[in-house]
Design a protein around this ligand. Structure first.
Ligand SMILES: O=c1ccn([C@@H]2O[C@H](COP(=O)(O)OP(=O)(O)O[C@H]3O[C@H](CO)[C@@H](O)[C@H](O)[C@H]3O)[C@@H](O)[C@H]2O)c(=O)[nH]1
Length: 494
């Protein structure tokens, strides 16, 4: 690894496509548009298959290098530990290795480190970086609404006695759409779960950040941008830089050759469909439905008669809770959980692909007219950039909050109703509801209204990234702060 003279940033990405992909896009923007060199550090624990990382990293320019932290053991955690528990524990246990790596990077290769940028889930690393003389920042890959909740969590924790889902009043975060307790981040809904304690602990470290670089833009969360600016002007929180959306152009694959075949197959299939006629269905990099819900979705789609492209993941039979990428095995076949005869009956109308599709290309294909999404923030921004209305189908993490934003404040989404499954205590979206919402988003008045709203947001997103646009200016502000910071002296390992 050569020693560099350019200003250097170190980015720490937590596992998961929803985190690694936007981090890569951000690093590329800093390198290609602003002359930085960068190191992206990833975790081998809980990470996507190595092939995935190598495919992504192969697209990096030579000014960006990568490093991977060694795996840490998590086998002492209970088998049913939440993914957030595993993730935050992996980050915590990886701190000694991270310290050694950072010291080596700074000492041997990059004396010019101007910022250490940690994914929000890696906030535990901020004190360590600060101790090494590296200015600590957070890259917030979700939105300002979630950042606001996280910064408010220590206080909420101290002042609330019940579970958050039982909060009697709406939660009013500054500049954000009011939220019912049941809609806030699902990781903190069970306060006796170890994941909750780890999340609260993580949020305490956020205060150490010298700034938050956020993957959002003014047109999407205008009131929250204003509220954060007021807070930081008063010194009540570090400055916030809304620099998004992080636009992803290249096509990235998950499983090498097989995925390449599926990728080109689904794009070719889209080429043969009429404009705006296909509903794209994808629950992010790891979201899954139960077997029962998979059957209801399939039946509703079939009854609607609309064309569809469905990225299928292996069902999780934990009643709607989501399995994550580390639960997958290469020989798993999600298609085997489709109702009998479904593929034959929908041949020509629909296409199912296992595991992964080139989402950005799919959403921007002229044939795609709607998107059933779990409302992961990257998927949300990609829908905005493509101008495609959404059927909001949140599964886990902050996705319910996002769904509320998309339906109620952005107006770009329709939300299907969930029902108790015949009094059996399970919540499902019934086949009738699926059929109705599919018809509505593809050809109904509400779908048309959502299409208009998302088209307006698409325009605002493009404006924010244009010269003089709000995101461009926010990025220039943080870049000039980094470039004008004294370098080469304050970064000596202590
Ligand atoms: O078949 C697929 C599936 C996913 N993607 C891409 O993978 C990313 C997925 O990101 P996102 O939509 O944010 O979903 P998750 O992977 O579920 O992301 C996690 O991280 C996000 C950012 O913090 C959160 O908003 C989510 O709730 C959390 O689940 C997007 O860029 C997609 O384009 C594909 O290209 N093809």
């Amino acid at each position: 690894m050569p020693t560099t003279k350019a200003p250097h940033v170190i980015l720490l990405a937590c596992p998961g496509a929803g985190h690694v992909l936007p981090m890569v896009v951000f690093a590329k923007r800093l390198a290609e548009d602003h002359g930085f060199t960068a190191t992206i550090i990833t975790y081998s624990t809980l990470s996507l298959p190595t092939q995935f990382h190598s495919t992504i990293f192969a697209s990096l320019p030579s000014s960006i290098t990568t490093a991977t932290l060694p795996a840490v053991a998590l086998d002492d955690l209970p088998a049913d530990a939440r993914v957030e528990t595993r993730m935050l524990t992996a980050v915590k246990r990886g701190l000694p290795d991270l310290r050694n790596l950072l010291a080596e990077l700074v000492h041997d290769h990059h004396p010019n480190v101007v910022a250490f940028l940690a994914d929000m889930f890696c906030a535990q690393a901020l004190p360590l970086a600060a101790g090494l003389g590296l200015p600590p920042y957070v890259v917030y890959l979700s939105n300002l609404m979630l950042l606001s909740l996280m910064l408010h969590l220590p206080e909420l924790d101290a002042t609330t006695t019940c579970e958050y889902r039982d909060l009697p009043d709406l939660l009013r975060l500054p500049g954000c759409v009011p939220l019912r307790g049941a809609d806030i981040l699902d990781t903190i809904q069970d306060r006796s779960n170890p994941a909750y304690k780890l999340m609260v602990e993580m949020t305490r470290h956020l205060a150490l950040a010298e700034g938050f670089v956020v993957n959002t833009f003014d047109g999407m969360e205008h009131d929250a941008v204003v509220a954060f600016k007021e807070m930081s002007d008063k010194g009540a929180c570090p400055p916030v830089y809304p620099v998004g959306p992080f636009v992803r152009r290249p096509c990235l694959l998950l499983n090498g050759v097989d995925a390449a075949a599926a990728r080109y197959g689904c794009l070719r299939w889209l080429d043969g469909q009429p404009g705006g006629s296909v509903l794209y269905i994808c629950f992010g990099s790891g979201g899954t439905l139960s077997v029962e819900q998979t059957g209801e979705l399939a039946a509703g789609l079939e009854a609607s008669g609309h064309r569809f492209l469905w990225v299928m993941h292996l069902p999780s039979d934990k009643d709607g809770s989501a399995a994550y990428f580390d639960d997958r095995r290469d020989d798993d076949d999600p298609m085997s959980f489709l109702p009998e005869g479904f593929t034959e009956r929908t041949r020509g109308v629909g296409m199912c692909v296992p595991q992964w599709a080139p989402q950005v290309e799919v959403l921007n294909h002229r044939a795609v007219g709607g998107f059933v999404s779990h409302c992961g923030w990257n998927s949300t921004l990609e829908a905005v950039e493509a101008g495609v209305p959404v059927v909001a189908w949140p599964l886990f993490a902050e996705q319910r909050m996002n769904a509320v934003m998309l339906e109620e404040s952005a107006g770009m989404a329709l939300r299907p109703r969930e029902d108790e499954a015949g009094g059996r205590g399970r919540v499902v979206v019934s086949r009738e509801e699926v059929e109705a919402v599919v018809r509505e988003v593809m050809a109904g008045e509400k779908g048309e209204a959502a299409r208009k709203k998302v088209s307006a947001l698409k325009k605002k997103a493009a404006e924010s990234l244009a010269p003089e646009g709000s995101s461009r200016k926010a990025l220039e502000a943080i870049v000039s702060r980094w470039k004008s910071a004294p370098r080469g002296t304050g970064n000596e390992p202590c």
